[in-house]
Design a protein around this ligand. Structure first.
Ligand SMILES: [Zn+2]
Length: 328
């Protein structure tokens, strides 16, 4: 029997999203489970393997898989298949390619998750046919992927596209990366929550505390967005400040790379219009006019499947020699 399918895996800090797809990238079966990163590398690895088995059972095609593509949240070495660091998973120096190839007895290809989301959007989403685009994921943190000249740009050590860690505020809040005032500490979902918590700590932001039923740990970016929509001024100013910070970061990137498209994805974008409008206004104020005139800022076209489609494409491209190797 010819092997006519691949498996794509989007491994996130909270969810593992796995799909079995045809060689042309059509999804046949998919499954989403909790990552359970607290279980450590072995536990997460077992969860990944379980999802791979499940999609094969669902699709009824146990022996037809050619290869597996997986996106991991963190810097990694694509060639060696080693994840250097994945803070959301608690991983350091994990040879995930080798581990999964041994367990699954299939070729496994790895890539940074934001890079895969950029590839997914470029091949099937909002960026089809666009040669130079930037994908920005705004969630708990901020990640990015660069498609330049129609190809993913890795940089010298596979570290390119980490726009969440460009400095926006020189003496700002400490970031997980060790720097201070990174974009991620000002514009991400967790940055918005942190701002609300700071207000509560200083005896302000009573509306946050009330909405969270007196439990600060229940304050989420979603809750802040709800309050803003109801006209709460403090909530609104948190969303606007975060949007302005994102706009500053994007203006820098737009001036550097002159893309024709910036695609924004990730859960924190659901906070809504005040965030988006503040971002767009700030970009228009700061970006060089020539670059600003050529760029469009749009939401992701594949929703939470950008990375999944990228992972499928990664497996397909590595296993079908006649397709150009966009990810090399
Ligand atoms: Zn940082």
């Amino acid at each position: 029997m010819t092997k006519n399918s691949v498996i794509g895996i989007d491994l996130g800090g909270t969810k593992i999203y796995t799909a079995l797809a045809s060689l042309s990238g059509e999804i046949i079966a998919e499954v989403k489970v909790s990552t359970q990163s607290a279980l450590g590398v072995t536990g997460v690895q077992q969860n990944i393997i379980w999802t791979v088995e499940q999609v094969q059972i669902k699709a009824g095609s146990k022996d037809q898989v050619r290869a597996v593509g997986i996106g991991v949240p963190g810097p990694l070495n694509v060639n060696e298949g080693v994840v250097y660091q994945a803070p959301n998973l608690g991983w350091r120096e994990v040879p995930i390619k080798q581990i999964l190839e041994k367990a699954l007895k299939l070729p496994v290809y790895i890539e940074n998750d934001a890079n895969l989301a950029a590839i997914g959007e470029h091949l099937r989403g909002a960026g089809v046919g666009v040669r130079d685009l930037i994908y920005v994921a705004v969630g708990t943190g901020i990640g990015g992927g660069l498609i330049l000249n129609g190809q993913i740009y890795h940089g010298a050590g596979f570290g390119a596209g980490e726009l969440g860690h460009m400095t926006i505020e020189p003496d700002g809040r400490p970031c997980n990366c060790g720097n201070k005032g990174c974009l991620e500490t000002l514009a991400s979902g967790s940055a918005m929550v942190q701002k609300a918590l700071d207000l509560v700590k200083n005896g302000q932001g009573q509306s946050f505390l009330t909405a969270a039923q007196g439990e600060p740990q229940k304050i989420s970016s979603y809750l802040i967005a709800q309050l803003a929509a109801a006209g709460d001024k403090e909530a609104l100013s948190i969303l606007e400040a975060a949007g302005i910070a994102l706009g500053i970061g994007l203006a820098n990137v737009i001036n550097l790379l002159n893309p024709s498209l910036v695609i924004l994805g990730g859960g924190a974008l659901k906070v809504g219009r005040p965030y988006w409008e503040a971002m767009e206004k700030e970009v228009s104020r700061r970006a060089l006019q020539a670059a600003w005139r050529q760029v469009r800022l749009i939401p992701a076209g594949l929703g939470d499947r950008s990375g999944l489609f990228g992972a499928i494409a990664l497996a397909c491209q590595n296993e079908t020699p006649d397709v150009s190797r966009r990810t090399s």
